[in-house]
Structures are given as C-alpha cells and as structure tokens.
Design a protein around this ligand. Structure first.
Ligand code: NAD
Ligand code: WQD
Length: 338
C-alpha cells in the first residue's frame, strides 16, 4: 500500500511518515520546503530505517501532481500541506486561501478522476472557536473561526464532505487540539522560524536563553490559576492516530465514508501548568512575566476524544512532562547542528 503524504517533511507530517513506514506502508512525500528542510528526509530514513520517495514541489502545480500520480499507484492520501500561522494569515489572507485551498482542490480534482480514495485532512480545534461547554466532542457546534487560517480549515472540511458525497470517496477529518513534543530519537520536531507565536516553542527558546522571558498572555481568565487552558497532545500519539484513521477508512466496505474525530488527550492544562511542567521535566528555568490577554485567544479548549478511542482503538497516553522532555531534547539536537 502506498500513501501520498503532502507536507510530509513538516512537523506532524514527518512523525506520521515514520509511523506509516513502521506499519509497513510505502510513502510518497510532496513538500515544497516552504516550512521544512531537506535534512528531515534523511532523519526520517535514520529513524524508520526506510526512505520515502520525495518530490519537492508546490501542490498548486497541478501539472507536477499529475506526473506524480501517473508514476505511482496511490492507495490513500494524508494532506498536511498548508500554511499554519494564525497571525500571518490575518496579514496575508489571500496567500492562505490560495495555498491551503488550491493545494487541496488540485488533489481532489486529480483523485476524483482517478480511482483514489482514503483521504485524511488535517483540521483543527479552531473550527469550534470558544465552545460553550467542555470537553468538546464532535457534535459541539462549529463557529466561524476568527482567522483566515482557521477559515481555510473550515472550508477544507466542507469541500471534502461535498467531495466524498458526490464522488463516493472515503474521507476522514481529524481535528487536532494543540500538538507538542518531538520524536523520542530527537531527530524530528518542530522547526522554529522567526519568533515563535505558539506556547511550547516560546517556552523552549526561553529556557534555552534565545528569548529573555515568556509573556504569559493574561492571568485574568475564569480558570483556576487565571491563565488559559488548552489540550496539549504529543505529536507521536497524534501521528499514530493518522495510521489508525487510515486503516479504518481502508477497512470500510461502503464506498462513501465521512469520518470526523477530535484528537486530544481529554485533559486541559493552563499556561502556568505548562511552564511548571517544562521546568520540572527538564530541570531548567523559564522566566516569565504576566501580560495582557492576546487578541483572539479563547479561554479554554479541551477535547472529548472518546469517539477516536471507540472507533479507532486509539488514545493519547503520553504525559505532558514526557512530551516536554522530548521538546527539550530536540532543542539540544538543533543547537548541536549549528
Ligand atoms: P508544518 O508547517 O510543519 O508542515 C506543513 C508542511 O507542508 C511544511 O513542510 C511545508 O513546507 C509544506 N507545504 C505547505 N504548503 C505547501 C504546498 N503548497 N505544497 C507543498 N508543500 C507545502 O505544519 P504542521 O504543524 O506539521 O501542520 C500540519 C497540518 O496540520 C497543517 O495543515 C496544519 O494546518 C494542521 N494543524 C496544525 C496544528 C499545529 O498546531 N501544528 C494544529 C491543527 C492543525
Ligand atoms: C496556547 C496558550 C496563549 C504563547 C493555535 C492556533 C490553533 C492551532 C494551535 C492550528 C494560549 C498562551 C502562547 C506565548 C502565552 N493551530 N501563550 N505566551 O492559541 O491555542 O492555538 O495553535 O490549527 O488554530 O490558534 O496555541 O500555542 O499559540 O497558545 O501565554 O508566548 O498559550 O495565550 O492561551 P492556541 P498557542
């Protein structure tokens, strides 16, 4: 079985490629290196012991996609390729719509004409906005996301549901909560570009002395310690969920399937709990200051991931501290490369 993994050199994609290779799948990666680096390909091979086929091109190039699909028999696709920076998407909305939606549409145009099904889409808990009740299950009402990035995810979901119904395809929409951590080998992880906006990369760079202090965005939220709460899921657990979701799609006898799963731990952690866990896990200090709330932030989001456990036999079981230990090891690996 050969799986096309778009964005397969990226953060979540690279971990998922390793899990696919470990499970005996062959993998073809398309990645234009807009947010990844070529050395990740070699590291995937080191970790998994097998090399995926790699095509360095932009998925907006439908002609190149056609050539790839003519050359390989593809049995399923996991589509990670997208721009993902929430703040940047507010400054460059059209770039986000173009990249995230044209890439998706090119894939679907090709797949509808060829006999290719089993499509997995990287969605996000951002489609729920600030939900009225916790935990968030798949029946929680969706809210139009504030950011253009978030809107590309919601639109992507709708495009895929229409695609599945009209063309009798099997699709799975995976709504990730907050992915964190790195591979236990310390050979794969999130590549920091510029000043991080997300919490864990900022905490890590502060502990490493690259940033002076973490700004904690708000301590006046209606939560036990006043800081906002999220569901931080370990990236290897998340990668394994993709393999489980793919296997489930492949085993379905119906030709039309629309699966939707929340992928989280089911447990919320506050910003200060994350800081404390990072310090305890790695025996380092993370200096911080309390600042005003960040515009657009929600108070609390954590998943009810029971559906994924029930239907995929999957559960995120890595602790926050363990995940944060892998983050620190990855940071040390990156420093050793410089
Ligand atoms: P990432 O940026 O590390 O990986 C995305 C990869 O896609 C990169 O390697 C990039 O070079 C590639 N890419 C982007 N546009 C492309 C194009 N047009 N053609 C070919 N390659 C292209 O991001 P990630 O954190 O691994 O996220 C993967 C997916 O999961 C994205 O769709 C993202 O929106 C989604 N997601 C991420 C998070 C998160 O917090 N990391 C949360 C929810 C959903
Ligand atoms: C987590 C918490 C911050 C940085 C974003 C996207 C979402 C999804 C995941 C893709 C918040 C606080 C952060 C800092 C802080 N991505 N924080 N100081 O905002 O939950 O979600 O990434 O789909 O769509 O919106 O993640 O890591 O940015 O923030 O206090 O320097 O940490 O305010 O409460 P977020 P995050």
């Amino acid at each position: 079985m050969t799986i096309l993994v778009t964005g397969g050199l990226g953060y979540i994609g690279s971990h998922t490629v390793v899990e696919l290779l470990n499970e005996g799948f062959d993998v073809v990666i398309v990645d234009d290196l807009s947010n990844s680096e070529k050395f990740i390909l070699n590291n995937i091979e080191e970790v998994a012991g097998r090399k995926p086929v790699f095509y360095p091109f932009d998925l907006k190039r439908r002609d190149l996609l056609k050539q790839l699909l003519d050359a390989h028999q593809i049995d399923g696709c996991i589509n990670f390729a997208a721009f993902k920076a929430v703040g940047e998407s507010q400054e460059k909305p059209v770039d986000y719509y173009e990249n995230n939606l044209f890439s998706l549409i090119n894939l679907l145009q090709e797949f509808k004409e060829r006999n290719i099904s089993n499509f997995i889409f990287s969605s996000s808990c951002t489609v729920y906005g600030q939900a009225d009740e916790m935990p968030i299950d798949e029946n929680t009402p969706l809210k139009t996301p504030e950011s253009s990035y978030g809107k590309t995810k919601q639109m992507g979901e709708e495009i895929l549901m229409d695609f599945a119904k009209a063309h009798h395809k099997k699709i799975s929409l995976l709504r990730y909560f907050n992915p964190i951590g790195a591979h236990p080998s310390a050979k794969l992880g999130e590549l920091p570009i510029g000043i991080p906006n997300n919490l864990i990369p900022y905490v890590t760079q502060t502990a490493a002395g690259i940033r002076e202090k973490l700004s904690v965005w708000g301590d006046d939220y209606p939560t036990p310690d006043g800081t906002a709460i999220r569901d931080y899921i370990y990236v290897v657990d998340l990668a394994k969920a993709h393999v489980a979701a793919l296997k489930k799609l492949m085993s379905e006898t119906s030709d039309t399937v629309i699966d939707i799963y929340n992928l989280g731990t089911g447990k919320g952690s506050s910003v200060l709990e994350v800081v404390n866990a990072f310090e305890a896990a790695n025996n380092v200090k993370v200096p911080y200051q309390i600042c005003d709330r960040r515009a657009g932030d929600i108070t609390v989001a954590y998943a009810n991931a029971d559906k994924a456990e029930r239907e995929l036999g999957w559960k995120a079981d890595t602790s926050l501290e363990e995940a944060l230990r892998t983050t620190w090891n990855w940071q040390k690996y990156l420093e050793s490369r410089n």
